[in-house]
Design a protein. Structure first.
Length: 75
């Protein structure tokens, strides 16, 4: 990860942004030696549909999974 002073970033912002887009490497902008911001490349990939479906649990009958007592208490 490249580090750059804010004054240098200000002077060459368009060139740096083009370089980040081209190389896909992030740049940390510092002010007086302390990190101020991070310029990261944008992700152009779209998430695949159905990707979260593997993380979900589907129940056929939500009443029986709770139990009759809990279901009646929730009414």
């Amino acid at each position: 990860m490249k580090t750059l002073a804010i004054t240098d970033f200000k002077a060459h912002a368009l060139q740096i942004l083009g370089q980040v887009a081209k190389t896909k490497e992030s740049v940390v902008v510092t002010k007086r030696g302390k990190p101020l911001a991070e310029v990261i490349p944008i992700s152009t990939t779209k998430p695949e549909p159905g990707k979260l479906s593997e993380a979900l649990v589907f129940e056929d009958n939500i009443v029986s999974s709770l139990g009759e007592e809990v279901w009646n208490a929730c009414k």
